[in-house]
Design a protein around this ligand. Sequence first.
Ligand code: AMP
Length: 120
Amino acid sequence: MAYDSDNIFAKILRGEIPCTKVYEDEHALAFEDINPQAPIHVLVIPKGAYVSMDDFAAEASDAEITGFFRAVGTVARELGVAAPGYRMLANHGVNGGQEVPHFHVHIFGGKKLGPMLKRD
Ligand code: AMP
């Protein structure tokens, strides 16, 4: 799947639409999810143009991958969720329910999050 540079997170990265930023460095931007599913719900995205976890893992440089996942850890620590605990989640593709085609990691926290997956 080709990267769509009109996706909403690409627009956020270019500053064309606003976000509530919580962290930014060379490799990553973190901002509050617009429709939070937990008391703390933050998205962390790489600055590079990667569609999904699969694309990022296959195509990103070692520096981008290292920088991105270090940023996820930093964001969680700065949000105060590292000690009480949190959930990190990345939806990939149709079965994963991915809505925005720019790789992103969700950080959920601020309460006990319950079972890992919704039971049908
Ligand atoms: P996913 O289903 O993993 O692709 O998740 C996409 C997430 O992006 C959802 O949790 C949305 O609430 C969130 N989202 C969509 N548009 C925005 C936006 N403009 N600012 C912040 N979060 C957004």
